[in-house]
Design a protein. Sequence first.
Length: 399
Amino acid sequence: MRFSSKIQRCELSPVRKFYPYELAAVEKGLKVRHLNIGQPDIETPRVFFDAVSKFADTVLAYAPAPGETYFLEATRRYYESLGFPISCEDILATYGGSEALQIVMSCILEEGDEVLVPEPFYPNYTTFINVTGGKIRPIPTTAENGYRFATRQQIEPLINEHTRAILMTNPGNPTGVVLTQEEMRLMADIAKEHELFLISDEVYREIVYTGDKLSSMLAFADAADNVVVIDSVSKRFSATGARVGALISRNRALMDEAMKLCQGRLCTATLDQVGAAAMYDRLKPAYYTSVREEYRRRRDAVVAALSKIPGVEFRSPEGAFYLMVTLPVDDTEKLQYFLLQEFQDQGETVMVTPGDGFFSDPALGRNKVRIAYVTNPEDVTRAIELLGLGIQAYNARKA
């Protein structure tokens, strides 16, 4: 039996593929500290669990394919509160932001079509695009230019007859870049002028350290047919296991096509929509402020700790809770195996995410890692200390 060439173009997640080695390390008695996965330790708001516990229906029935009305309305009110009026018809409930991305790519890509994506990029974008027969055409960025990509000089030479869309994360995963209003305006203009979809992954919207007003590509009503927003409750409310996201667009034709897939997969989980709607409706602005300030503390802790390791290079992130770091090693994947199989300090070791999966050419990320600072500042500081000690031990062994 054979498998499709589309699935064989996909790779295992660089974030999750080391899990068996982590289990083996734990079985040996090691404590493994995590810098590898975007799983916050901030408590999920109690209102989520309270709402689910009060669910009174005697049958847990299918939800409507577009989403439960109360979830769509709660999402609509959330965007209205930010100054971005949309209607419930502009929203489809999805299994997290991941399914929203899968649906969009399935609706717009043919075999050989291309999506422009700033590089380094979230590795699962590769999976969502490759499985449709499309491919990523990277927009190269560097740490030296702050990983910024929103210029005509960087984008327009890459547009060709195969280009169907631009996909960006704002705030950025894995770089922490936050686009300015001028850069967002330019992205909307480029999409309009070249008749492209502009897919804006905004799941980290509240986690911005620049002091700027919260933004969305939905602000540009003149680009309504081009803009597609991907959203999720996962990171906003530290509810990654809820798996409730949203596909949002005012492009009626796109949403009609997307509905075919929503109906085909029947519905998003009812109880998760109950809890998600409650968080949108009941949590006040002070909640978002407190979460943002907690991540700022963690950002400051990771920056301070990394600055103590000789030979590392990085840019302090402006948003989200990730940063790309260049390490003084030959191969960060080999380093990760070493950290889990051979290294320990006081019974502890650490996990990071090797950088090769964040680039179209894995060689570009060979000496890089993505770090997620999603635990408290003390834990982050200790994890970075372990990373520094692990680098020393790894390089000493090779020498």
